[in-house]
Ligand binder design. Structure first.
Ligand code: HEC
Ligand code: HEC
Length: 215
């Protein structure tokens, strides 16, 4: 019990640390010509991503690929690094990220982050309503409400990624990965794992369906 508490305490300290790093990066990037130049360079690099993620970062195929539009630039950079190192195993993205330098990743993050995400059409209103309740109130086993970390509209904030508008199949798959992975080196992923183990299969389908329709 005591150990658990210390664990929890350390992870919160780490999160606060990550959040403060993030705000320093944001402060350095906003309002400068630097950011505009990054977006422009990202646009030049982006055609190699468009076949799957869509030219404006709205997925070319919701059954297969996530949106990148509106995602936090830092989160895009973090995940590209994770694919490259193998921390996040995916053959397709490992091949693609392998040739990217950190400066390319930052430019791509700036470009896709600046695009507007489009939500997915509603397909099952009762299921989505159930998902909304998990998003705003949490799960039956006590997972905290998603909005406490991911923002009131799932738009993402600081170190927490945008989860709104993401195709349901992708979100469902990611929740399973967080739940089932034995271990992550990235403490932020462990934070999300602690949430995912408290969401049952039906709740995962419901919350994924709801998030897809959220603008
Ligand atoms: C051939 C298809 C394909 C191409 C081309 C591609 N991706 Fe991906 N990308 C994927 C798939 C599939 C995933 C989901 C991986 C998973 O399930 O973990 C993904 C995931 C991602 C993610 C993680 C998103 C998230 O929300 O966690 C990022 C970031 C990303 N890709 C960036 C890029 C960038 C930048 C490019 C261009 C340089 C690119 N991708 C090109 C297929 C592709
Ligand atoms: C305690 C804070 C916290 C709560 C509550 C939380 N998350 Fe997360 N979530 C995170 C963090 C941190 C990450 C980034 C993990 C990483 O870097 O891999 C994340 C990542 C995700 C991702 C991956 C996004 C992507 O595109 O790669 C999904 C999907 C997700 N969360 C869904 C949810 C859902 C659904 C809920 C509510 C049931 C929820 N989260 C509640 C902290 C949280």
């Amino acid at each position: 019990m005591k150990l658990k508490f210390i664990d929890r305490f350390l992870s919160i300290v780490f999160l606060i640390y990550m959040l403060s790093l993030q705000s320093i990066t944001v402060a350095a990037a906003t309002g400068t010509d630097d950011n505009a130049a990054q977006i422009k360079r990202g646009a030049q690099l982006s055609p190699s991503c468009g076949a799957c993620h869509g030219p404006d970062g709205n997925t070319a195929n919701a059954e297969l690929y996530p949106n990148l539009a509106g995602q936090s630039p830092d989160y895009i950079v973090l995940q590209l690094g994770n694919f490259k190192s193998g921390e996040r195993p995916n053959d397709l993205m490992k091949g693609i990220s392998g040739s990217l330098q950190l400066s390319d990743m930052r430019a791509l993050g700036a470009y896709f982050g600046a695009q507007k995400a489009k939500r997915q059409p509603s397909v099952d209103a009762p299921l989505e309503a159930k998902g909304r309740s998990i998003f705003t109130k949490g799960s039956s086993a006590g997972a905290p409400a998603c909005l406490t970390c991911h923002g009131a509209q799932g738009q993402g904030q600081a170190a927490f990624p945008r989860i709104a508008s993401q195709p349901a199949k992708y979100t469902m798959e990611q929740l399973r990965v967080y739940r089932d992975a034995i271990k992550f080196n990235n403490p932020l992923a462990s934070e999300m794992k602690a949430v995912a183990v408290k969401i049952n299969q039906d709740e995962m389908s419901a919350v994924s369906a709801y998030l897809a329709t959220l603008q």
